[in-house]
Design a protein around this ligand. Structure first.
Ligand SMILES: Cc1cc2nc3c(=O)[nH]c(=O)nc-3n(C[C@H](O)[C@H](O)[C@H](O)COP(=O)(O)OP(=O)(O)OC[C@H]3O[C@@H](n4cnc5c(N)ncnc54)[C@H](O)[C@@H]3O)c2cc1C
Length: 466
């Protein structure tokens, strides 16, 4: 499979799988790299047997994995392999879970790294028993059904989806706490453009109502309490900007809390490659800029799926088809034209989905006020134990940009490298200095993106892209 190294796809979720399979079915070899043992990404994650009637489990993943296996002669699937660095010349540094290291110099790179969860800190959010909504769902798919009562809080489609899934698994839900209001008429009109997706969302809400679980709209978690682990969650109303109003508070006893305010694109690889980014709350915040062919500002680095802007599984599949055609054209493969019809259909599908996404974002994309719920002694960076008080003090001392804040407080320098705290600090910095969040760029990413053995450090590019 010598040709497979010419096109490398990073991420074997819906976008990366769709691209790899389309290329391979057209007779074009490629390399598909993913840090999981099984292909599928987040939504098609292969997991333990869950009840057959559990809502929102997308069974298409099984079929995609079957096609991937059938195309093994054309797809060099590197499982359990992480891309820990990339440079503007498209060179990739790989680290295997077995300790193996490697490098690849593909002609074309297709980045499909998906999204990461978006959090807003509140007192007690570092207690054991507090999970991200997505993290709790990953555990559920792995067969670890939490003991109730559980509270779910935050915003976005995953909130109701996970609620319905836990109910179907027989878990007692104490409350579902949603910061979003009821969707306005404009948002509803946009969402009706995709009746099947809208119907799926309404069915999830109906499952919550049928189970008689309290569903609090325009509310958010104010504090999480417990001696050594979460025992109780306090919630309060929020205003239209999702700022806590300080009015009536309610408490719910629980043994686990799922918390999350949606998703944001995983931009660490595009930042490392030196690509240009833009800010749009409707796409999850900072995201890479792309041409109509989904190419970043760095030539021959294409980006597809949630990693370029959170738009969901249907858009990720469509973008996989578009980017497969673009990569085949760029490598001047003689079979490129055979990919054109599917790419053209995918573009039409994306255009229809855009209206739905706009409505969804207008309803549930996080508002800036939610990032202000942390108190002075609340940890903002959980890896380096940096509190809100320390961030506020650094801001007051004039350290207004993300890099300066990072150097001053160590926030974002820990194990997760700012994956969790970077957007929180961005919003705190914006609010304290009277800027829009779009005026506070994320700090430069540094290789390696994940911990690697010390012996591997010597091989890595130590200069981050400008
Ligand atoms: C935790 C979580 C749970 C979700 N649950 C649902 C759900 O139940 N229903 C729903 O409709 N949508 C869900 N979503 C959203 C949905 O997963 C996405 O819309 C869709 O999967 C996007 O597909 P993708 O291919 O862009 O990314 P993903 O499916 O996220 O796939 C990206 C893949 O890239 C891998 N990767 C990332 N960086 C690297 C690297 N440096 N090296 C190697 N591999 C890398 C990731 O591990 C992952 O396997 C969820 C998202 C998250 C984050």
């Amino acid at each position: 499979m010598a040709d497979a190294a010419r096109i490398a796809i990073i991420g074997a979720g819906p976008a990366g799988l769709a691209a790899a399979i389309a290329l391979a079915e057209a007779g074009i070899a490629c390399t598909l790299i993913d840090d999981n043992r099984e292909a599928g990404g987040q939504i098609f994650r292969a997991g333990a047997a869950l009840p057959p009637d559990i809502p929102g489990i997308d069974r298409r993943g099984r079929e995609l994995r079957r096609r991937l296996a059938a195309l093994a002669s054309r797809i060099d699937h590197r499982r359990g392999t992480e891309v820990v660095a990339i440079d503007a010349e498209r060179k990739l540094w790989l680290a295997g879970e077995d300790g193996r290291r490697g490098e690849l110099p593909p002609d074309v790179v297709i980045l499909c790294p998906g999204a990461v969860e978006l959090f807003a800190p509140v007192p007690g959010w570092t207690l054991p028993g507090v999970f991200g909504l997505g993290g709790l769902q990953v555990l559920l798919k792995a067969g670890a059904v939490p003991e109730g009562p559980v509270v779910l809080a935050g915003a976005g489609p995953l909130l109701r989806l996970l609620a319905a899934q836990l109910i179907a698994c027989g878990v007692e839900l104490a409350a579902v706490v949603d910061a979003s209001p009821l969707p306005g008429p404009g948002a509803v009109a946009d969402m009706t453009r995709e009746p099947a997706l809208l119907a799926r969302g309404l069915a999830l809400e109906a499952a919550i109502v049928r189970a008689r679980v309290p569903l609090l709209r325009r509310h958010a978690v104010v504090a999480i309490e417990g001696a050594g682990a979460v025992e109780c969650v306090e919630v309060a109303p929020v205003d239209s900007e999702w700022r806590l109003t300080g009015r009536s508070r309610r408490q719910f006893r629980c043994t686990a809390l799922g918390l999350g305010y949606g998703l944001r694109p995983n931009v660490e690889l595009t930042l490392l490659a030196g690509a240009e980014h833009a800010f749009d709350p409707a796409l999850g915040g900072w995201h890479v800029r792309r041409s109509p062919d989904l190419e970043s500002s760095v030539r021959n680095i294409f980006v597809a799926g949630d990693g370029a802007g959170v738009q969901g599984v249907e858009a990720a599949l469509a973008e996989g088809a578009i980017v497969a055609y673009a990569a085949a054209v760029r490598t001047a493969h003689p079979n490129a034209a055979s990919l054109y019809p599917a790419a053209a259909r995918a573009r039409e599908r994306l255009a229809r989905l855009a209206r739905f996404r706009r409505g969804l974002a207008a309803w549930s994309a996080p508002r800036a006020g939610i990032f202000d719920a942390a108190r002075p002694d609340t940890f903002v960076c959980r890896c380096e134990d940096v509190t809100r008080r320390e961030i506020d003090a650094a801001l007051a001392a004039g350290f207004g940009d993300m890099r300066a804040l990072k150097l001053r407080t160590r926030a974002g320098m820990g194990l997760c490298q700012g994956r969790v705290c970077a957007p929180i600090i961005q919003h705190l910095a914006a609010a304290a200095t009277g800027r829009a969040p779009a005026e506070v760029p994320l700090p430069t990413a540094r290789p390696p993106l994940r911990p690697v053995p010390a012996t591997a450090l010597a091989d890595l590019p130590m200069e981050a892209a400008p």
